[in-house]
Design a protein around this ligand. Sequence first.
Ligand code: CCH
Length: 292
Amino acid sequence: QSAKAATHFTPSKEDYQKVYNRIADLVADAGDYDDGSYGPVLLRLAWHSSGTYDKESNTGGSNYATMRFEPESLHGANAGLNVARELMEKVKQEFPWISYGDLWTLAGVAAIQEMGGPKIPWRPGRIDGVASQATPDGRLPDASQGADHLRQIFYRMGFNDQEIVALSGAHALGRAHRDRSGYDGPWTFSPTTVTNDFFKLLFDEKWVWKKWEGPKQYEDKKTKSLMMLPTDYVLTQDKSFKKHAKAYAEDQDLWFKDFSKAVSRLFELGVPTSQFVTSEPWIMANVDEQPA
Ligand code: CCH
């Protein structure tokens, strides 16, 4: 790789595909970690590095990967994401020419695609920034709040109600950790596969407050093994959110299509168009679509 670290190396789509493949290897090679995959925590890293965007001041977003620096790395919302950043550090060592912003968002793309989700159009061009470009704490959503808060946070990024709901379906994946957010448990029975089960379960199960010492969260009455955050449950209570959540519960293809579009945009927040190396985003190949 040393030749490729030279200043004038211009990586091609094939070079980025190699990075994607390396990330995909690591996603699958998770041993006993959580549910056997690093996919969910990598997606969360990509989302938290993008979701700081503010369209008014045009600050935040995925461009500068400022979560590498304190205090952003220590913001409460980012607890546990050191796992994902450290994992990506291995990839960075092998492919030193890629920027952290491109690496982290490409990891989000690989996580979704390799866990059976839709293709996420993606293109490189983010550049490594400096600590002073980090945004203040409080730009990411607070799970204990309601519909007004969700709108305030996501409208600030430039998303509408339909996109807020589409993005929330990511909670089909992964789990909450007591020692990270304080919440506990998975949202679905298949936390390493991208499905519309998050929406289905929201409507099909009866959700009751969990009786415990931890932060207020819901549990499914039947098995008591699943959870919903207050911000998840509100998607069934707010009239406008509910309309979209119902549609996604009934039609996984529709959700895949809308989720793909919204995530693709999410990962580009804060990146000046002029920085992208291509006007048409790329579709990266899944590992199983490539010759062995
Ligand atoms: Fe989320 N999320 N998220 N989330 N999230 C948590 C975990 C994941 C909120 C709160 C939490 C999105 C939106 C929201 C993932 C992707 C997305 C946790 C548990 C909390 C709390 C963290 C822990 O303890 O480890 C709130 C509030 C919102 C408001 O909308 C969006 C959008 C996305 C992606 C598109 C993923 C994936 C996880 C699982 C992480 C893991 O480690 O398993």
